[in-house]
Design a protein around this ligand. Sequence first.
Ligand code: DGL
Length: 254
Amino acid sequence: MAIGLFDSGLGGLTVMKELMRALPEEKFFYLADTAGSPYGHKSPDWIIERTLRSIDFLLQQKVDLIVIACFTASIYAQEIAQKKTPIPVIGMISPLFTESISTQKSVVLLGTRNTIQSGILQRLLVEKHPAIDLLSIPCPLFVPFIEEGWSDHPSLFLVADRYLAPAKEKEVLLLACTHYPLISSVIQRSLPQTQIINGTNWVAKKVQSLLPERARQSGPPSFYVTTDQARFQTLATSFLGISIPQVSCVELVV
Ligand code: DGL
């Protein structure tokens, strides 16, 4: 079995790490569209096109299932992508997202500007938990810091303090961007009393339930970027804690 994942950069690795833990036998293909990063403020049409190209690339690797390991791309492109793709395409937007938290809580939701402005996750959360006290904060500067490898830089502490100041009283903080778990310690430093929940902790179970039973592809994960292999290789190696001997640079074509 082969599972293909993609994101604008490093963020989807947080999803892949969970999947590798849950499904150690599977072969993974990871595509980071680093040339297109960040996705967080780009237009829906642009994001749809990049998503379809990324999916085409992963299909060429003969994957059996694709995970759009990016909330922003999932919001605009998951449905369209699934219609055009003969294998399951899992996105980060699902009613299962709302099961990450229990009702009656005061919650702050963090995501990219596109994710927060779409209002889709807020709607899902309120439908499931009508009594929820919900605050949403877009944090567009987080992703460039992470992609730069500045995940513990003192300037990021200031950025986090500024974004999270209105969330001081919240019990739970829900991460709706796959990049943000990479800086959860920085976020926790700004909100020491708040419980941080990763909004993708349901994905591995969902993938497991959809994997078709048939001959497996196996082997170490393969990594692709659309620019800047060396930076990705260093940061991904450190985050995943595995050796990544090769990262290939590819062009996404229609
Ligand atoms: N990791 C992505 C997400 O979950 C995209 C972040 C970005 O490129 O702005 O939304």
